[in-house]
Ligand binder design. Structure first.
Ligand SMILES: Cc1cc2nc3c(=O)[nH]c(=O)nc-3n(C[C@H](O)[C@H](O)[C@H](O)COP(=O)(O)O)c2cc1C
Length: 316
């Protein structure tokens, strides 16, 4: 992949607990061009944590696909990227991925407390060192994702984009909120636009794209690509609507997507808890369906794919 491959794309945002393989593949079927794993601890990877590998597993059809790492120790990040690189190049069982995305934006207290995620916004030198270490060891392009600042009122978007570019990143994603805003208010798209005009690498806009109209407005601001997160949960069809301008029968589409999501989960996740783990996704598909409150309640009681399918089929 090259820097320009991050331009003109619709990207599914990385979302911990949501963007597993089945959901990423579903988003692609509806038109997402690029998908990214949820955030993976570089330390967890380096120390061989067993649960970590399941978080970044993929299939060759998922292309281009990025693995997102978080951490704040350049050596550990480099080692984690090196481990992935070895897996990528394993002739017997290659791990297919095309780029590494570095998380410098997660606002969660337990992440920030360790100096990871959005804590790096306050440590520009360390941020640069982390990106540089990843770029040197990854063997694939490295992209960076951050927020515009740490405390409300701050706007370091241009500075952060420049750090990413100067450290060798292939693209930079900005969620236009500060760390302490979490998900309040609206993503500051102007801040993304300013970052985009300050650097030559593609700048990807993240935050609050919920409709085709939002996407069209955001596109006009000069960002190279758009990233969609929360609005795709329960509505991966949004990618298709943005690309084609079609509207579609909303309830039927949601049920179809839910059924396909269940099928993909059955296929790729053989844990007996798979359906329980995806209940939050299933609940999101009920939005706008007849009797959605009652349906949602029942969804939190299903424990098998059959039960889940039955509930959605009844709503058709
Ligand atoms: C439940 C949830 C989990 C998230 N996990 C991650 C993550 O693992 N890595 C990351 O870079 N951003 C993560 N984000 C942030 C999103 O990628 C995105 O930047 C943010 O939600 C704003 O975009 P949206 O309005 O389209 O959702 C997460 C967001 C949510 C809501």
């Amino acid at each position: 992949m090259k820097s320009e491959d991050f331009s003109g794309k619709l990207i599914l945002a990385p979302m911990a607990g949501y963007t597993d393989l089945p959901f990423r593949l579903l988003a692609r079927e509806y038109g997402a061009d690029i998908t990214i794993s949820e955030m993976i601890s570089a330390k967890g990877l380096y120390y061989g944590d067993k649960k970590t590998a399941a978080l970044y597993e993929t299939v060759p059809e998922e292309k281009p696909y990025g693995i997102q790492l978080f951490g704040s120790e350049p050596e550990i990040l480099a080692k984690a990227a090196g481990i992935l690189k070895l897996k990528n190049e394993d002739p017997d069982d290659p791990l297919f991925y095309d780029f590494i995305d570095f998380n410098a934006g997660c606002p969660a207290p337990k992440v920030v407390k360790n100096g990871d995620g959005s804590a790096l916004i306050r440590e520009p030198k360390l941020l640069a060192a982390c990106i540089t270490a990843l770029v040197a060891s990854a063997g694939v392009p490295v992209t960076v994702k951050s927020r515009k600042g740490f405390v409300r009122g701050e706007d370091h978007a241009v500075e952060l984009a420049r750090i990413a570019e100067d450290s060798g990143a292939a693209a930079f994603t900005l969620h236009g909120r500060t760390r302490d805003e979490y998900y309040q208010g609206h993503s500051d798209w102007n801040s993304v636009a300013e970052a985009a005009s300050a650097v030559d690498i593609p700048v990807i806009l993240s935050g609050d794209i919920r409709t085709r109209e939002d996407a069209m407005r955001a596109e006009g601001l000069g960002a190279s690509s758009l990233m969609i997160g929360r609005a795709a949960v329960g509505d991966p069809m949004l990618f298709h609507r943005i690309k084609t301008g079609e509207t579609g029968g909303v309830s039927e589409d949601r049920i179809k997507a839910a059924l396909r999501h269940i099928a993909l989960t059955e296929y790729f996740n053989n844990s007996k808890y798979a359906i329980i783990e995806m209940r939050k996704h299933l609940a999101a598909y009920t939005k706008g369906l007849p009797d959605s409150a009652a349906l949602r309640k029942k969804i939190f009681e299903v424990s098998t794919p059959e039960e889940a399918r039955e509930l959605f089929r009844k709503s058709l």
